[in-house]
Ligand binder design. Structure first.
Ligand SMILES: [Zn+2]
Length: 311
């Protein structure tokens, strides 16, 4: 007994470490690295139709591949046209583990495009789009990695990074119509926008747009075990529900489709400005939000019946 005891302890320690690794979707340094790449000056503000946004698309595709996330369509890139320009959504899928529930889909999305250049400030004219929306892109990527590792989703998950959001939700509109045409059995859609800076003076981490349209906030808080999702009166006033990529899915499918965000324009001075730079974000906060989100999304994917419903 004495002899095997240290060995048992070692096995226990190793298993705990493994469990820890599986429980957490991401780390502060991982999300910092992703945002720093996407929001670097090299990518020149990721304007749709530029060669620089193609580097971002390539980066997303390479990450999906490395995680073992398969393309949803034939390839990862879902092409669409905007006048003479081409835009590309990047779309991956993690099939569900339950033979019946896997026919139902949860979509996790974020736009990876931005506006390119902004008004010059001190010789800088690149609108880097760190918070808007390299932060949401990092959330979708790290959640894709989480589900590829844990495989704890009974429903299937489509991971999508939209282009041309800044040109009027064009990428999401294109994809929502395409999925509707092929009768995709959608359950719900979550869109991630600007989660790189903390909400101020609230007792929750993120707000959901379209708060009154469904029971989504209540359900997400129930799955988490305490309140972490709330309402934003500012978001309501500006109707942010219609201002991001969740909206075309709501329009096409008439199902709960919401944006989760921690920035309602009152707690960040650099929205659509050249100062929206990688070094301005709070990566500890961001990683924490994503790590809370991962098991909550797993619950969304695993309830025997659909619990999130329009009011
Ligand atoms: Zn945005």
């Amino acid at each position: 007994m004495k002899k095997i005891y240290p060995l048992l302890l070692l096995v226990l320690v190793i298993n705990c470490k493994r469990a820890d690794r599986l429980l957490l979707a991401t780390t502060e340094s991982e999300v910092r690295e992703m945002v720093s790449f996407l929001a670097s000056d090299n990518l020149k503000g990721r304007n749709t139709g530029t060669p620089e946004i193609d580097k971002a698309a390539k980066y997303i595709e390479e990450n999906f591949k490395s995680y073992g996330i398969k393309p949803y369509f034939e390839g990862y890139l879902d092409e669409f046209e905007i006048d003479s320009l081409k835009g590309y959504n990047v779309v991956g899928v993690m099939e569900g583990q339950d033979p019946k529930l896997k026919k139902e889909y949860v979509i996790l999305g974020a736009h990876y495009d931005h506006i390119g250049y902004g008004n010059k400030v001190a010789q800088d004219s690149i609108a880097n789009g760190a918070n808007d929306n390299a932060s949401g892109t990092a959330a979708v990527l790290t959640l894709a990695k989480y589900f590829a590792e844990t495989r704890n989703n009974k429903r299937s998950i489509i991971f999508v990074l939209f282009s041309a959001e800044e040109k009027g939700l064009l990428g999401s509109e294109h994809l929502a119509q395409k999925l509707k045409q092929e009768n995709c059995n959608l359950y719900t859609m979550f869109n991630f926008e600007m989660i790189g800076v903390p909400l101020v003076g609230r007792d929750y981490d993120v707000f959901v747009t379209g708060y009154d349209k469904s029971n989504v906030a209540k359900q997400l808080n129930t799955y988490h075990g305490s309140k972490w999702v709330g309402v934003s009166e500012v978001a309501k006033k500006h109707n942010l529900f219609r201002a991001s990529d969740n909206y075309p899915f709501y329009q096409e499918f008439n199902l709960p489709s919401h944006t989760l965000s921690s920035c309602d324009l009152t707690n960040y001075d650099f929205y659509h400005k050249v100062g929206d730079e990688a070094q301005r974000l709070d990566y500890n906060y961001m990683a924490n939000i994503i790590n809370k989100m991962a098991p909550v999304i797993a619950s969304v994917c695993n309830t025997p019946v659909r619990e999130i419903k329009l009011n």
